[in-house]
Design a protein around this ligand. Structure first.
Ligand SMILES: Cc1cc2nc3c(=O)[nH]c(=O)nc-3n(C[C@H](O)[C@H](O)[C@H](O)COP(=O)(O)OP(=O)(O)OC[C@H]3O[C@@H](n4cnc5c(N)ncnc54)[C@H](O)[C@@H]3O)c2cc1C
Length: 416
């Protein structure tokens, strides 16, 4: 069911007999945005800008507005979203409900840290406003609340000043977790953005390319963002497979090493490389793929990451999309926000059925032993015990759930 007008949402969401769920752009990798057997309330029609104060950078908009559209409105006026996930094809409601993070957590925190107020509609027809300092329980439950506390219809966001859409970047090849952690620590104060691509088959040796960036000045180049390509069909077998992975990773690493150093690139190429390849998910073929994203506390980060990468290399699984980064000390505002200080590893895995799931069980054990957690936005299979252990504020959260809302994920991990 499509939602088109914030004023009508209360009527629509309170009239359903089946439990419903808000659905933004469906960019979550698993069942957080799905509701098999129930209703989906499509929020893409809630796409209006309501107010923008160019002097203060305060933007009010409906919850189906895309982050891409906010950037297009704000950047020519010298403003930008302070936190951008790896794709711009995400709604404001989805970004709040997963309290998404970018490559600048150490600098700017999570998306929710920049939201000043939201309007939430419940399936009993009531509407409430919350924000930092305004109905703090509802606020903390809804930011990162996986859409389970109500439908966000409107948000007010504080943008940040941005001199240009371009970034001054530096790429540094590294080898080993110790070198990665030194680079991360050494980049915290002087660099806004930091992230590493790693060769997931390099095992505990962990070779990769560390990339850091700062917003370039207004004198930076002004060419348009790179043009997008499209994967036109689903190949019968995954193109990202065991045979292609090893040579691709070796080539990517050595090419990156040759081109290491400083350069100026468009922010979209740095933050959202996959947005330039429409339908990239088709490369995984008809059986699709999983993403597995964990975060483990900093003191366990080195050993746990090495152990996970050893398991992945032994299994010969994984893909060229493997990302390693650290989260900073800033605690997120949501009860179920994923981010915590520590080391996060995110990898795509082509779905090879039982073999892939068996590998995840071994990775789960490492994450659990390290006191870590998995990202619900990227999950389609985590065991309930791992979810409960990883999210200690779960009991507190449950009191704020909307009984008329349910998702595949909530039934799997919360029992309803
Ligand atoms: C290529 C790619 C890169 C990514 N990189 C990152 C990254 O770097 N960091 C990161 O944190 N995430 C990342 N993600 C995940 C993505 O940012 C999140 O899953 C985001 O929440 C998706 O937003 P959406 O609008 O598609 O929402 P959906 O996926 O449709 O929904 C996500 C959740 O939000 C809820 N929701 C949506 N709209 C509303 C609303 N109006 N009111 C209440 N609840 C609502 C849904 O019920 C669901 O629980 C990435 C995803 C992709 C595909």
């Amino acid at each position: 069911m499509g939602l088109h007008d914030a004023a009508q949402v209360a009527k629509l969401v309170s009239s359903g007999r089946l439990p419903g769920l808000a659905h933004g752009m469906g960019r979550s990798y698993g069942d957080a945005c799905l509701n098999p057997g129930g209703q989906l309330w499509l929020t893409a029609g809630l796409d209006r800008f309501i107010a923008f104060d160019e002097a203060t950078g305060r933007l009010t908009c409906e919850a189906g507005v895309l982050l891409r559209d906010i950037q297009q409105l704000a950047m020519p006026r010298g403003w930008a979203l302070p936190v951008m996930p790896g794709t711009q094809q995400v709604t404001v409601g989805g970004a709040i409900a997963n309290d998404v993070h970018g490559k600048n957590h150490h600098h700017s925190g999570c998306f929710g840290d920049h939201v000043l107020r939201i309007r939430l509609v419940r399936t009993d027809g009531s509407t409430l406003e919350c924000g930092p300092g305004l109905q703090p329980g509802w606020w903390a439950a809804t930011v990162g609340g996986l859409g389970l506390t109500g439908v966000i219809v409107e948000a007010e966001i504080q943008l940040r000043r941005a001199a240009s859409a371009w970034l001054d970047t530096e790429t540094v090849p590294f080898s080993g977790m110790q070198e990665f952690l030194q680079l991360s620590d050494g980049s915290e104060t002087a660099w806004e953005h930091a992230v590493a691509w790693i060769d997931c088959l390099s095992g505990p040796l962990v070779r990769g390319l560390f990339m850091r960036a700062n917003t370039a000045g207004p004198q930076a180049r002004r060419e348009p963002a790179p043009r997008a390509l499209t994967v036109p069909f689903v190949p019968p077998v995954p193109l990202a497979n065991r045979l292609s992975l090893r040579p691709f990773n070796a080539l990517y690493f050595h090419r990156g090493r040759m081109k290491a150093g400083r350069t100026v690139i468009h922010g979209a190429a740095f933050h959202h490389p996959l947005d330039a390849l429409h339908g990239w998910n088709r490369l995984y073929g008809p059986t699709g793929f999983f993403q597995y994203q964990s975060v483990v506390p900093r003191d366990a980060g080195r050993a746990a990451t090495e152990a996970m990468l050893a398991e992945i290399a032994r299994a010969g699984e994984g893909s060229c999309l493997a990302v390693l980064k650290t989260f900073g000390a800033r605690a997120p505002c949501g009860m179920l926000s994923f981010v915590r200080p520590g080391v996060t590893l995110a990898l795509d895995f082509p779905n090879r059925g039982a073999r892939t799931l068996a590998l995840f069980e071994r990775l789960d054990a490492i994450v659990a032993d390290a006191g870590g957690r998995l990202y619900a936005a990227k999950d389609a299979r985590m065991p309930r015990a791992l979810f409960e252990a990883g999210y200690p504020r779960l009991d507190e959260f449950v009191a704020f759930r909307d009984p008329g809302i349910s998702s595949g994920l909530s039934r799997r991990l919360l029992g309803s």
